[in-house]
Design a protein around this ligand. Structure first.
Ligand SMILES: O=C(O)CCC(=O)C(=O)O
Ligand SMILES: [Fe+2]
Length: 277
């Protein structure tokens, strides 16, 4: 038996049998959500005890995560004093979280085995109607764990990737809600006035999908601005993020990974080069 049945509620989400009628129904449900709001939310994707087990495992890796405590705008750009003061690009929000890169997550861990499963990759590929899909080659970016402790927050932003797959391993006692506005920007129009409305708390289009621990979410985050609200209480919110690409072998530039995962990325890369990797 593969690791799959240990983790995934296969009765509810038959990702090992996508060709079956129930598998087709699951794919149709995912595609409906992705078309309508750019998100497919699968509550109870993990079998009941599995979320707690994977959360415990993640907590043991937390000391290896890179801590971020700074401010950031929604576009990952530096401040531009040439812009008007009320331009959304000049709005910097606190970010407070710890992020574990893929290379510190042992391949034999449950979460790494789940990410490595071809059935899960195939669910994502077919839900998104892509001809090919590969788990990301970049050893830092491929599989991440994100920890938001008391006061932790991930402010409004667009993703650099067209889509991402997140799995909530542990929910916060309070806050830690995932919120997004579908297609707030278009490929050719940033719609800064709409973004301004959102930042003033006046946007009517915010969606907050129910996400108890064990929920898998496929999300097109490139044009849908999103955030995780401030966590309150002693239980950290823990998310696993699975990255995929339509091409094999893709790596993020080293300095970008240094920003995301810390200066240790340089040492790891230097050691790989020295080893001829
Ligand atoms: O943790 C989440 O639910 C979303 C995280 C996110 O948006 C990101 O890491 O880009
Ligand atoms: Fe994001």
């Amino acid at each position: 038996m593969s690791a799959l049945g240990d983790f995934v509620d296969l009765d509810r989400y038959p990702i090992d049998a996508l060709e079956s009628r129930r598998g087709e129904r699951l794919l149709a449900e995912c595609r409906t959500g992705l078309t309508a709001i750019g998100a497919a939310n699968l509550p109870g994707f993990l079998a009941p005890a599995a979320a707690a087990r994977l959360a415990q495992e993640a907590i043991r890796l937390e000391p290896l995560a890179y801590r971020k405590n700074k401010t950031r705008n929604a576009y990952f750009t530096p401040d531009d004093p040439a812009l008007p003061e009320d331009d959304p690009r000049r709005r910097f929000f606190p970010i407070a979280l710890a992020q574990a890169a893929g290379d510190v997550i042992p391949p034999e861990s449950g979460i790494a085995r789940l990410y490595a499963s071809d059935a899960l990759t195939e669910l994502v590929r077919r839900a998104l109607d892509l001809p090919r899909l590969y788990r990301r080659a970049d050893i830092f970016q491929n599989l991440n764990l994100i920890f938001l402790a008391d006061g932790g927050v991930q402010p409004w932003h667009y993703d650099q990737n067209q889509f991402s797959v997140t799995l909530l391993l542990q929910a916060a006692e309070q806050g830690g809600d995932f919120e997004f506005v579908p297609n707030l920007r278009a490929p050719d129009d940033e719609r800064f006035a709409e973004v301004g409305r959102l930042f003033r708390g006046e946007h009517p289009g915010i969606i907050r999908p129910p996400r108890a621990a064990g929920t898998l979410t496929l999300f097109r985050g490139e044009h849908s601005m999103h955030r995780v609200t401030t966590v309150r209480g002693g239980t950290p919110r823990i998310t696993a993020i699975f990255a995929y690409d339509e091409e094999p072998g893709l790596w993020t530039p080293e300095e970008e990974n240094v920003t995301i995962y810390g200066p240790r990325v340089r040492e790891v890369m230097a050691a790989r080069r020295a080893a001829g990797g």
